[in-house]
Write a protein that binds this ligand. Structure first.
Ligand code: PRP
Ligand code: URA
Length: 222
């Protein structure tokens, strides 16, 4: 299992918060924020950003040497020490981040947690939980583009921990400071990777300036 990272992803490190400031990621995110960006392009951009973020989220994966026979001779080269990974998208919007990660790690398994926020209280309600065999012992990447109040992320991580998971990383596209604080307080050992930290939340608990409702924009349900 991976331990919580002590090294920063490229960008700034604040405690266990990694802000990935790569210019390509930032430029793509700006396109996603634009309300005139159509659903199909929004999905493509999310997949591309996830793949780019994936490089940094996995930067510190431990390797070990294995013997490989090249056409010339046998020699030792690095392989992943532990290739047991479970991607856990939070439904619905987290689904938009699965394919980008799977391009990087086609051997990863995928589990799903269904959570929806109550429109009035903004509290998440779990409606689905399905994990692959052995997920408890794997390295888990929880995926959700939006970290707003943090309620969904905190509940998803709590659900996973209750079932024995220990090595958990959280990957979000856009976060509000309130969401980051909520996850850090509830789960201080979990590393959080984000592409942007926005100003805050509006009265409907939407991230501002944000990018709107990620699920609606991915699935064209506005
Ligand atoms: C959105 C988003 C997160 C959650 C973030 O999902 O994808 O899961 O809200 O908000 P929080 O940090 O305040 O919990 P939503 O509940 O709208 O469901 P959906 O993806 O099915 O639209
Ligand atoms: N969920 C979203 O999709 N967007 C937000 O800004 C907040 C929660």
């Amino acid at each position: 299992m991976l331990m919580a990272s002590s090294a920063s992803a490229k960008g700034h490190l604040m405690g266990n918060l990694h802000i990935i400031t790569h210019p390509l990621i930032q430029a793509k995110l700006t396109r996603m924020r634009d309300e005139s960006t159509p659903s199909a392009e929004f999905r493509t951009l999310l997949k591309e950003i996830t793949l780019l973020m994936g490089f940094e989220v996995t930067r510190d994966l431990p390797t070990m040497l294995a013997t490989v026979q090249t056409p010339l001779r046998a020699a030792q080269f690095p392989v992943l020490k532990d290739d047991s990974f479970t991607l856990v998208p939070i439904l619905r919007a987290g689904l938009g981040m699965v394919d980008g990660f799977l391009e990087l790690m086609p051997f990863a398994h995928v589990g799903h947690i269904g959570l929806v926020r109550d429109e009035r209280t903004h509290l998440p309600q779990e409606y689905y939980f399905k994990m692959p065999k052995g997920f408890e012992r794997s390295n888990i990447f929880v995926l959700d583009p939006m970290l707003a109040t943090g309620g969904s992320a905190v509940d998803a991580i709590t659900s996973l921990k209750r079932r024995g998971c220990e090595a958990i990383r959280m990957v979000n596209l856009v976060a509000a400071p309130q969401g980051i604080q909520a996850v850090q307080e509830a789960h201080p050992e979990v590393d959080i990777y984000v592409a942007a930290v926005d100003e805050g939340l509006n009265e409907d608990a939407y991230i501002v300036p944000g990018l709107g409702d990620a699920g609606d924009r991915i699935f064209n349900t506005v």
